[in-house]
Ligand binder design. Structure first.
Ligand code: ADP
Ligand code: MG
Length: 704
C-alpha cells in the first residue's frame, strides 16, 4: 500500500496514532475506512476551551472549566478503593481549585510537579462549596496557551465498545485534527460555482470542512454547517435533475400520437361523470408527454378519492388506440380485483380486452391470459406484481400504471423496462399525498402531476376522537346509519411483529361488534391477513354488494378499496396508526354523496405524538396538509411513499428542518440545468469536476 495521490481515499491507518487495531475498531464500529470517511464524520457538539477562566469566577452553572495556575500541593489520601490523589492549583486570582485522580495515580505523581504552571480542563463540580475537577486534562502551561485554545474542541459520536478502548468522542477528534494537517485546499477543491458562493455568502469548501470540525467560534461552525448542508442538498437535486433532463433529451419512448376510437367513445358515451378540472389538466399533461417521443416517468399525486383511477384508465385507452398494451399494478389482490371490477364495469360495452392476473389466478386461466398477452389480443392487464413476472410476455407493452407506489420497489420497475424494445411509459400513482419537500428529494427525477381537487358533491368527512368507554354510543351511531341504508367499517391495527396478537384482537373485536349487531338482523364481513385471497375476496364482495352492513378488518383494506355506500369508518386503537395511514383509512368513506364519519377510538392513555396525530385528523381532511404534518412529526425516514429511503438520508441536512436550504439548493440546481444542461460552461467547472470525481464512488452513478 502506498500513499495515494487522492489523499482522501487513503486508509485511516495513515493518520498518525491510528494503529492497525484502532483502525479495525473504527471500521467495525463507525464504518470509517478512509480519510474521507473521517472527514465526513461530523462532531455532535463542541467544547469551548478558547478561554481560560479565573478560579474566583467559577460558578455552579458552568459545565466545564479551564483554568491555569501553579500546583501548590499534592497528597495521596484514603486507602484501597477510596485511594485518591488530591492536588490544588492556584491561579492569579488567589483562589485555588481541587484536582482529584482515582486512577492513573502513579503516572500523574511522576508527571506533575509541585510549583509548576499548568493548564487544566475538565468537568466542573463543587464539593462543600469549593470547585473541583476530577480527572482533569492537564498540560504544562506556556505563554502561547495563555488565551486558551484557538478553536472549539469537537466531540464526536462514539460507541460503548470504542469508549472502553479509550476512543471516546473527544479522542476521535485528535485523529481528525491530525488528518486535517495532511489535507490542503487542493484535496478539497471548491465544488460550487462562484456565483452561488457569492449569492449565499458561503465560505469555501475547504474552510467549511475545517470549521465544522475545529471552528474558531460558534459562528464559524454555523457557517460551515450551512455551506455543507447546501452542498449536500444541491448535489442531490442536481443529480436527480440530470437524470430527469437526460431522459427528457435523450430517452426514446413510444409515441402515442393518436387519440382514437376507444378513447373518444369512452369519453363521449361511457364516462359516468364530468371530469374534474384537475383530472382534465393531468390527462393533458400525460398526453403531451406521451406524444413527445420520449419515455414517460411521471408521478401522479392526488388526495384519497381524487379520482386517479379514471385518469389511468383513459391513458390506457389511448395506449390501446395506438396499438399498445397496458398493465396496471396494485399492491394487493383485493385492490387489483377492485380495479378490475371497476374498470370492466366502466368499459363493459367497449371492444377492450381486460384481464386480471394475480398470485391466485388458476393455472388454466393464467395460461389463457399469458396467451392473450403474447398474441396481442389483450389490451389491459390488471394485477399484482404477478403481471411483471418474466413469464408474462407482451406483444407490445407500451404503458404501465403503478398504483400506490410505495409497495413497489425499484427492482420491479427495472423488470418492467425489459418488457419491450423500448421501456414502456410509467405512471406512478401515490396512495396518499407526499409532502412537497419529500417529493422534491425522493422523486426529483420524475415528472410530477398533482390532482388537488376532489370530484364535486363530496362532503368533508366528519372526524371525531372518542375514548373506548364510548364504544356503545359509537355502535348506536352505526345502527342509525345502517337503519338509513348505509354501511360501516371497523378497523383494527396490524402490527407485523405480533401478528398473533393482532389476530386475537381482531377476533375479540369481531365478537364484540357481533354482540352489538346480532344476526340475522345484521351481517358482518371480516377480512384479515391470514385468509387466503379467495376468502378475502368473497367477504369483500359481500360487503361491496351490501349483503353485509359491517366490515371488520385489519388494515389489509388500507388502500384503494371503494365502497361508496359506506359512511362510517371506526378505527380501533387509532393511536397505533401513523397519520398517512389514518388518512388513507378515512378515505374509504366519503366516496359517495352521503355525509360520512370517521371515529378514532383510543384507550385513555395516549402519547403526546399520538394526541397530535388525532388532533390533525380531526382538524383537517386535506391530505396534503396531513402529509406535511406527518413529515414534521416522524421525520423523513419513516414516511410511506419514500422509495429508496436512502435518498433521504443526508449526512447533515434534514429535509424537514432545512426546508429553506432545500428550496434554495433546488432553485440553484434548476438554474444550472436550465442554463447549462450539460454543465459545460466555464463558471460551472467546479460542479462538473466534482461530479466527475464522484463517479463510481456513490450510488448515484449506478442510477444514472
Ligand atoms: P383515488 O384517487 O383515491 O384512487 P378513485 O380513482 O378510486 O380515487 O376514485 C374515487 C371515486 O370517485 C370513485 O368512485 C370514482 O368513480 C369517483 N370519481 C372519480 N372521478 C370522478 C369525477 N370526476 N366525478 C365524480 N366522481 C368521480
Ligand atoms: Mg386509488
Amino acid at each position: 500500500m502506498s500513499f495515494s495521490s487522492d489523499i482522501l481515499s487513503n486508509p485511516i491507518e495513515y493518520i498518525h496514532g491510528i494503529s492497525a487495531q484502532r483502525g479495525d475498531m473504527l471500521r467495525k464500529e463507525l464504518e470509517i475506512f478512509t480519510f474521507n470517511d473521517l472527514l465526513n464524520y461530523f462532531p455532535l457538539r463542541h467544547i469551548d476551551k478558547t478561554k481560560v477562566d479565573k478560579i474566583a469566577s467559577l460558578t455552579y452553572q458552568m459545565e466545564y472549566a479551564q483554568v491555569a495556575g501553579k500546583i501548590t500541593d499534592m497528597e495521596l489520601i484514603g486507602e484501597k478503593r477510596g485511594k485518591r490523589l488530591v492536588a490544588h492549583l492556584q491561579d492569579d486570582s488567589g483562589e485555588s481549585i481541587e484536582l482529584v485522580w482515582f486512577q492513573g495515580i502513579n503516572w500523574i505523581q511522576k508527571a506533575v510537579n509541585i510549583g509548576q504552571q499548568y493548564l487544566v480542563f475538565g468537568k466542573l463540580s463543587f464539593f462543600m462549596n469549593r470547585p473541583q475537577i476530577a480527572h482533569p486534562e492537564i498540560e504544562t502551561f506556556t505563554e502561547h496557551k495563555a488565551g486558551g485554545k484557538s478553536f472549539l474542541e469537537p466531540v464526536y459520536p462514539s460507541t460503548e465498545k470504542l469508549k472502553a478502548r479509550g476512543l471516546n468522542g473527544r479522542a476521535i477528534g485528535k485523529y481528525t485534527y491530525e488528518m486535517l494537517q495532511l489535507i490542503s485546499e487542493k484535496d478539497l477543491p471548491e465544488n460550487l460555482p462562484a456565483s452561488i458562493l457569492q449569492q449565499y455568502k458561503f465560505i469555501s469548501r475547504f474552510d467549511a470542512y475545517r470549521h465544522i470540525h475545529f471552528p474558531a467560534s460558534e459562528k464559524h461552525y454555523l457557517h460551515a454547517v450551512r455551506r455543507l448542508k447546501f452542498e449536500e442538498l444541491f448535489f442531490a437535486q442536481l443529480r436527480l435533475g440530470l437524470i430527469k433532463s437526460a431522459r427528457h433529451r435523450f430517452s426514446k419512448g413510444f409515441t402515442f400520437d393518436k387519440v382514437g376510437d376507444l378513447f373518444n367513445s369512452f369519453y363521449t358515451q361511457y364516462l359516468p361523470f364530468e371530469l374534474t378540472g384537475a383530472q382534465k389538466r393531468v390527462l393533458k399533461e400525460i398526453r403531451k408527454d406521451a406524444g413527445s417521443g420520449r419515455q414517460i416517468n411521471r408521478l401522479l399525486q392526488g388526495d384519497v378519492g381524487s379520482g386517479k383511477t379514471i385518469v389511468a384508465l383513459m391513458m390506457m385507452l389511448i395506449a390501446a388506440d395506438n396499438g399498445f398494451q397496458s398493465v396496471m399494478m396494485a399492491p394487493t389482490e383485493i385492490l387489483a380485483q377492485q380495479h378490475y371490477n371497476g374498470i370492466t364495469a366502466l368499459i363493459k360495452d367497449m371492444p377492450v380486452c381486460v384481464k386480471l392476473l394475480t398470485g391466485s389466478s388458476k393455472t388454466k386461466e393464467r395460461k389463457e391470459i399469458l396467451q392473450l398477452c403474447e398474441d396481442g389480443t389483450l389490451h389491459i392487464l390488471i394485477g399484482t406484481h404477478a403481471v411483471i413476472e418474466d413469464k408474462v410476455q407482451f406483444k407490445n407493452l407500451g404503458f404501465a400504471v403503478i398504483d400506490e407506489q410505495h409497495k413497489f420497489g425499484v427492482a420491479q420497475r427495472a423488470q418492467l423496462w425489459k418488457k419491450n424494445s423500448l421501456p414502456p411509459h410509467v405512471l406512478v400513482m401515490t396512495a396518499t399525498p407526499i409532502p412537497r419537500t419529500l417529493a422534491l428529494t425522493a422523486y426529483g427525477d420524475l415528472d410530477y402531476s398533482v390532482m388537488d381537487e376532489l370530484p364535486p358533491g363530496r362532503q368533508p368527512i366528519n372526524t371525531v376522537h372518542r375514548f373506548e368507554n364510548k364504544r356503545p354510543e359509537v355502535m348506536d351511531f352505526i345502527k342509525e346509519q345502517i337503519a338509513n341504508g348505509r354501511q360501516a367499517f371497523v378497523i383494527y391495527p396490524l402490527i407485523e411483529e405480533s401478528s398473533k396478537l393482532d389476530y386475537e384482537n381482531l377476533m375479540k373485536g369481531y365478537e364484540e361488534v357481533k354482540s352489538f349487531f346480532p344476526e340475522p338482523k345484521y351481517w358482518i364481513s371480516m377480512v384479515h391477513g391470514k385468509m387466503d385471497a379467495a376468502q378475502k375476496e368473497t367477504n369483500m364482495q359481500r360487503f361491496v354488494k351490501a349483503d353485509t352492513q359491517i366490515m371488520v378488518s385489519t388494515t389489509v383494506i388500507e388502500v384503494g378499496v371503494n365502497v361508496p355506500n359506506a359512511t362510517v369508518m371506526v378505527i380501533e386503537s387509532a393511536e397505533k396508526f401513523g397519520l398517512s395511514q389514518l388518512h388513507q383509512l378515512r378515505g374509504r368513506v366519503g366516496r359517495g354523496a352521503e355525509k360520512s364519519f370517521c371515529i378514532l377510538l383510543t384507550g385513555p392513555k395516549i402519547s403526546n405524538d399520538a394526541r397530535e396525530r388525532l388532533k390533525i385528523m380531526v382538524a383537517t381532511n386535506d391530505g396534503f396538509k396531513i402529509a406535511e404534518k406527518d413529515l414534521e412529526l416522524r421525520g423523513p425516514g419513516d414516511i410511506e411513499g419514500t422509495r429508496q429511503s436512502g435518498l433521504l438520508n443526508f449526512r447533515l441536512a434534514n429535509i424537514v428542518q432545512d426546508k429553506v436550504i432545500l428550496e434554495a439548493a433546488k432553485e440553484a440546481a434548476e438554474n444550472i440545468l436550465n442554463n447549462d444542461p450539460d454543465i459545460n460552461m466555464a463558471e460551472n467547472l467546479p460542479v462538473k469536476n466534482y461530479l466527475n470525481r464522484q463517479k463510481g464512488k456513490t450510488a448515484w452513478s449506478k442510477i444514472s
